[in-house]
Design a protein around this ligand. Sequence first.
Ligand code: SF4
Length: 252
Amino acid sequence: MTTGRTNDNLNHFAAWVNRYCDSHGRHDALPAVSGRPFKLHTAQFRRTLAWFIARRPGGTIAGALQYRHHSIQVFEGYAGTSDSGFRAEVESEQALARGEHLLTVIDAHEHTRMAGPAAAEAARRLEEFEQRTRFQGTVVLDDRRLRRIMNRDDPAIYPGTYITCVHDSAKALCERARQGAFEGLGDHPQCQPLACRNVALTRENTDAWRGEIELVEQQLARRPPLPPLLQNRLLGRKQQIEDFLATTQELS
Ligand code: SF4
């Protein structure tokens, strides 16, 4: 559907809502602006879309799938052209969502219980971050203020399912971190969690790895058994994860 057709449909829908409200005596119709029906167009939903994309696992890709589009470019076209700044808007929402998440980590004192090579650095950055969010002794969670803090003093900590990336470009093993595409670090296919020194583990991360071990064990217990080559691979994978967890506990 073209953007023009989508806009027409949005306005037909708004008109239908108002007719429905009229005929059923409802008072929650879409209000007129300066005596005229408010004209809807897709660009007005940019913030809403950006908000949803930022808060879905997988970010822009999830957004693209959600709206059944096959490329990020097409998806961006949904709310404006690629150079319209929509990507920046999504990234700003992602940073805000990340900031909110980091504050919940601090609130639960999770940052003092992290494991892994970057655990101490994560705790230090998050303590600094908490100080910045304090105003007259209390943490202020106002969106605008948090957005400002994330713009100016982003702690560069990226929570993922299996690891939390405490970004330091000098130590980064993935191309993505080196190229400066920061949002999504820690949860992307090129991440090398077992080797990178930017890794910290929260309790949820450790649980995710334990879940992975359980899945491997279920596969190994299958009857009829898996072919020996596959079994060996799975055993190797299990051992790798167990070694990784043991080392990260030592390093924390
Ligand atoms: S490899 Fe993983 S942990 Fe290391 S910098 Fe990249 S995303 Fe972060």
